[in-house]
Ligand binder design. Sequence first.
Ligand code: ATP
Ligand code: MG
Length: 507
Amino acid sequence: MPATPAVEFDGIRKTFGATTALDGVSFAIPEGAVHALLGENGAGKSTAVKLLAGLLRPTEGTIRIHGRPHAGASPRAAHALGVQTAFQEMTLVRDLTVLDNILLPYAPMGPTGLIRRTAARAAVAGHLEALGFAVDLDAEIAELELSVRQKIEIARALWRRPRVLLLDEPTSTLAGRDVDWLGEIIAAERKRGTTVVFITHRMREVRAFCDSLTILRNGRHIVSGPVAGISDAEVIEKIIGRSIEQTFPPRPAAAPLGAPVFGVRDLSVGTKLAGVSLDLHRGEILGIAGLQGMGQQDLFLACFGMTELRAGSILVDGRPVRLGSPADAIRANVAIGLVPEDRKTEGLFLKLSGRTNASIPVVSRFAPRGLIDGAAETRAVGAAFDAVEVDRRALFTRAGAFSGGNQQKIAISRWLVAESRILLLFDPTRGIDVGTKHELYRMMRAYVAAGGSILFHSTEIPELIHLSDRVLVLYDGRIAAELAGEAITEPAIMRPALGHDHAGQAA
Ligand SMILES: Nc1ncnc2c1ncn2[C@@H]1O[C@H](COP(=O)(O)OP(=O)(O)OP(=O)(O)O)[C@@H](O)[C@H]1O
Ligand SMILES: [Mg+2]
């Protein structure tokens, strides 16, 4: 008799009103496998995870965990079946401490609670240490960076000793070293016999971490099978339903730099960025490279008027400007495609429609006489949604109902609606599916070919290499290297990014 699978989807349908998120999906995951769940933004991955986690109930069909039917009644019912989840839109409580978040909802209480709490605290500290994750147990979640929150979300799921561990796009908020950290954890869980469901948009992670995979498209099951039996090109084709030639558009022949349109001089911001000067030219994509926390965030926020300068100045068309707020920046023709770190709380207004979310920075343009011209607003936002491949139905749907990647795309569509000459793109492809990434790259090229300019940070080094005309590498808040054209290579970026000078010595 074949072994009972750890997870079985049997004819699962899930609808939200008129939207069908999953449509007759059946597949099984063998016990102990690390299984990738792949698909475009909105394909139904998070819906599948939420069904397993007990947050949603199927409209039709049955889910079985180790052969036992999953009623999907509650997260507790899922926990009882050994299912634990690190969610894409993280579920940590912002104003509770790290310790409380890990212990909830099973925190010791009552008369003997205090003693057990002391013991629990020591146990959690030991757990985090064993994971190689140093964090202050008494810090409030709201004070912590997004990547740290993501690691807590993962550590909490592991604390409860899962038999089935669900990881919904954990790496879209983790960079470099933290992705390696997660890889080691997944390997350790596999050794323990845990079944892992891993969602990502990056093939390299599927190859490195996973044994088998399932591809969903438009809520339908396309294929399940071993990772070794399918090529990257086939996976991409099955994800998007057509083949794409290449990931990056060709780099145009090197041309002389245009006039400087935007710049900073001796800029110092926050605790990191110190004395940075740069010029962005007409028609240029200027890449900003750097490992997490090297000052890139402060640089971008300052350029969009979102933070105080400690020293230095910002220039638009060669003249110093004071950017006291994003409104000043938009008036100066600078738009930010900064996808704020925490999309859920800082990015979108989840109760407002997609249309309002996309037009909000420039909504006064649609209200020349005080009243919003809804038709003009719909035209402008609709065109932007077409460009980022968001369904036009999203115009009138509340943003909270969109998939994670579609929320991201709506955040990006804002800068298309704003029609600015200068774009600041901060890691814009995080959580975006492969087909749309390709579209976004083409849009970036078309934008600069038409005379726009882009300041571009990405945590994906290949994006910086293939899209930038020049790259500045930040290390410890300073520009450690400048590269141009063919000299932009991975080693040429990584050496200064890691603090090594040209002779290969640690700085
Ligand atoms: N609560 C909800 N109300 C209405 N529609 C929803 C809701 N949750 C999900 N949907 C819709 O169901 C579909 C599948 O969404 P889901 O979040 O599962 O996508 P996903 O594969 O996780 O995408 P992403 O890669 O962007 O995270 C989408 O069309 C989404 O808009
Ligand atoms: Mg999702």
